[in-house]
Design a protein around this ligand. Structure first.
Ligand SMILES: [Zn+2]
Length: 87
């Protein structure tokens, strides 16, 4: 069960480690700590999932050559994204 007494000030520290965690740069102990934390902390969980998806996308686009039509579409998407999304 999730304990609601953890200090969200520490979440900032987790956020900084999340990208290293996804890249597999952290030791087993720290990985386990992060996995434990995201199970109990929804904001960190959402952040991790978002980061994973973003990194997956980056890897896909790095590994493959992007066809011009697709890169144009991506650019259009990126440019229209902030406007079409209410924040
Ligand atoms: Zn957290």
């Amino acid at each position: 069960m999730a304990k609601d007494n953890h200090d969200h000030k520490h979440c900032q520290e987790w956020f900084e480690k999340l990208s290293e965690y996804i890249d597999g740069e952290l030791d087993e102990f720290t990985c386990a700590e992060i996995e434990k934390h995201v199970k109990e902390c929804l904001p960190c969980y959402v952040c991790l999932e978002t980061l994973k998806r973003t990194i997956d996308l980056c890897k896909q686009t790095k590994n493959k050559r992007i066809p011009k039509a697709v890169s144009k579409k991506l650019q259009d998407l990126i440019q229209s994204y902030p406007k079409s999304t209410p924040v």
